[in-house]
Design a protein around this ligand. Structure first.
Ligand SMILES: Cc1cc2nc3c(=O)[nH]c(=O)nc-3n(C[C@H](O)[C@H](O)[C@H](O)COP(=O)(O)OP(=O)(O)OC[C@H]3O[C@@H](n4cnc5c(N)ncnc54)[C@H](O)[C@@H]3O)c2cc1C
Length: 437
């Protein structure tokens, strides 16, 4: 299903040279361009093969939560909320942020312990988080079925943003800093001399560059493969649904995450948007991403998600009585280990990457883009990003067979308990001892 036709019109004048050449006009590419400009760098060129946001960004549900699995990603998301509250004054573009707060609930004691521990973790970052009893949860979220709910945490400064408006605000800010963001230009090849990236070849000419940044979303891995740069991600099918308008829906409902069911709920202009961490997930485009792929969605296969839809209906029984307006399935990049790919290519200088944000690109993208921009400008990262280092990826971990088996497990485990030292179940027995049968 195509929503908006891709822009393929040729750009009239392509610059010959850029200080930094960014590939990809999703939220991540625009964030890197904006932050490089803010840090005072000029001659920034971003190339987008379709239109800004046309890959994955346009269809995100827009949830913005500040607590994440690592120090770095939590710093990123905390900064995103700061930016969401200030970028309109700077650029004139409203990012559509609604600071509704969020509530995460637990239905088993282990999860409750984890949520309480997360609330403590939040205090390390000066992020506000309060414990709520099940009675308080019902008061804040009157539509919830309280059966089995033991308690939860409330984070008043979380909320939701409009992914397109936020990306356009970053793009506008980047342009205010003189960056050129060009649509309808496809990068065909990254140019390399010796072991150094020196520019790109596009469908409309060549641009030399001092630094090349791969923010190509689910296309980033294929771009990396041209030079044996491992970008360990694969697109997976990711669903959500949006109801018909609901008269009784309070407009100030916080985002609700029911971790044990793997479901989330967001008030969306008088409708309820709900989605989930799937019980079963599928890799998408296993033989390559079809071209063109711009503002596209994927077939909604009810049987693939019926079990989680039922969980959602159980948690919010009103869903059994309302019609569904939108059944959405779109591709998102997941990595094999749930970590981002952020940093430099291990064996190719002046080649940076930011991709594979595991369905958190809207909430962490502004912060992740700032971190990469600081790294480019200063020559080193401003915080410990070692968990996201592209060098962690072994060659086999950037190949189809491994990623198509392992990345869907990352999606399935989105809301899973974070047991220490938990080992993945898929794609096992790849490296075997020669002494074993
Ligand atoms: C159903 C769904 C719900 C989601 N909900 C949320 C949410 O609630 N909160 C959240 O934080 N995240 C959410 N996400 C995730 C979020 O949408 C992504 O993490 C984010 O949009 C990724 O941004 P990106 O810039 O990496 O990718 P993209 O938006 O895909 O951008 C990459 C761009 O690169 C361009 N490109 C690729 N190759 C080339 C080339 N060779 N030349 C020129 N251009 C090129 C593409 O056309 C594309 O526009 C959701 C995702 C899905 C699918």
């Amino acid at each position: 299903m195509t929503q908006t036709p891709a822009t393929t019109a040729a750009v009239k004048v392509l610059p010959k040279h850029a200080r930094v050449l960014i590939i990809g006009g999703g939220i991540l590419g625009c964030s890197v361009a904006y932050h490089l400009g803010k840090l005072g760098w000029r001659d920034i060129v971003l190339l987008e093969q379709g239109q800004l946001t046309c890959g994955t960004t346009w269809h995100a549900a827009g949830l913005v939560g500040q607590l994440h699995g690592s120090h770095a990603s939590t710093e990123f998301a905390k900064y995103t909320v700061e930016l969401l509250n200030t970028i309109e004054a700077e650029t004139g573009q409203d990012p559509g942020y609604r600071e509704s707060g969020s509530i995460s609930i637990a239905t088993n004691p282990e999860r409750l312990a984890e949520l309480k521990r997360k609330a403590d973790f939040a205090s390390l970052f000066d992020i506000e988080a309060h414990y709520l009893s099940s009675e308080e949860i019902e008061r804040h979220w009157p539509l919830v079925n309280p059966e089995g709910v033991l308690g939860g945490i409330f984070m008043p400064r979380d909320g939701s943003a409009n992914p397109i408006d936020l990306t356009m605000a970053l793009a506008k800010g980047a342009r205010q800093h003189e960056a050129q963001l060009l649509e309808g230009v496809q990068v065909q090849q990254v140019l390399v001399e010796g072991t150094c990236a020196v520019g790109v070849v596009t469908d409309q000419g060549t641009i030399t560059a001092e630094v090349v940044v791969n923010c190509g979303g689910m296309w980033a891995r294929a771009l990396g493969q041209q030079h044996n740069v491992g970008v360990p991600l694969h697109a997976c099918e990711h669903y959500y649904l949006v109801t018909e308008p609901i008269d009784a829906l309070p407009r100030d409902l916080p985002v609700l995450r029911s971790y044990c069911d793997g479901t989330y709920f967001k008030e969306d202009a008088g409708k309820l948007l709900f989605g989930f961490a799937h019980h079963h997930a599928k890799p998408w485009a296993t033989t390559g991403i079809p071209e063109p792929f711009s503002f596209e969605s994927l077939p909604f296969i009810e049987d693939d998600v019926m079990d989680v839809i039922e969980m959602a209906m159980k948690r919010v029984p009103l869903l059994e009585q309302v019609g569904i307006r939108t059944f959405f399935n779109g591709p998102e990049s997941y990595s094999y280990d749930g970590q981002f790919t952020l940093g430099t290519a291990p064996d190719l200088s002046n080649y940076f990457m930011l991709a594979g944000l595991n369905s958190t690109g809207i909430q962490t993208g502004p912060g992740a883009g700032r971190a990469l921009a600081e790294w480019i400008v200063n020559g080193y990262p401003a915080l410990d990003l070692s968990g996201m280092d592209p060098a962690r990826c072994e060659p086999f971990q950037a190949r189809d067979r491994y990623l198509q088996a392992r990345c869907p497990e990352t999606l399935v485990r989105t809301y899973a308990m974070h047991w220490p030292n938990y080992q993945r179940e898929t794609a096992r027995n790849i490296r075997r001892s020669p002494f074993l049968p």
